[in-house]
Design a protein around this ligand. Structure first.
Ligand code: OFO
Length: 174
């Protein structure tokens, strides 16, 4: 495997691993605050990021490269508010998008069209993840400090997490 492509893929493995840990920290924080819907949503999101990481690990190894499993810095364990959580989520997803764009660039520069083709799955996944993060942040910003609104928001997230889990259990969601 081309060394630059391998390095960019391994950087992406680290990015996905850090997303998974970051969202796991958010899930755990939300659970301790009684925000069960947010917790479920974040636990599920953390699992998805782990899946994104594993898919890359397997691809690198199957293509003759060596996947590097990263050590990670501790994610934060405290968050100021739901607005803070979802602002950080969107900021993080924007960084992930940059990293995927870099990976696409490297594939094209090195004329590795097979990896480029593989990475397209991540390009469309990122579009969806960014859009979802923006929609949720807009909602949280609109609700502000309104307690009833936050309660409803958390319950809606719980329902969407349950629906997401059902779809994914049925094999309908990567
Ligand atoms: Fe892996 O898509 Fe978010 O980070």
């Amino acid at each position: 495997m081309n060394a630059r492509v391998e390095k960019a893929l391994n950087d992406q493995i680290k990015m996905e691993a850090s997303s998974s840990q970051f969202y796991l920290a958010m899930a755990s924080w939300a659970e301790t605050k009684g925000l069960n819907g947010t917790a479920q949503f974040m636990y599920m999101h953390s699992d998805e990021e782990r899946f994104h990481m594993l898919k890359l690990v397997k691809f690198v190894n199957e293509r003759g490269g060596t996947a590097s499993i990263p050590g990670l810095d501790n994610p934060p364990s405290e968050f100021d508010s739901l607005t803070n959580v979802f602002t950080l989520l969107l900021e993080h997803e924007l960084q992930v998008t940059d990293s995927i764009n870099n990976l696409v660039d490297v594939c094209l520069q090195e004329k590795d069209y097979t990896t480029h083709n593989f990475v397209q799955w991540y390009v469309s996944e990122q579009l969806e993840e960014e859009a979802l993060a923006r929609t949720i942040l807009d909602k949280v910003n609109m609700i502000g400090e309104d307690k009833a609104g936050l309660y409803m928001f958390d319950r809606d997230l719980e329902n969407s997490a349950i629906q997401g889990a059902t779809v994914s259990d049925a094999g309908g969601n990567a």
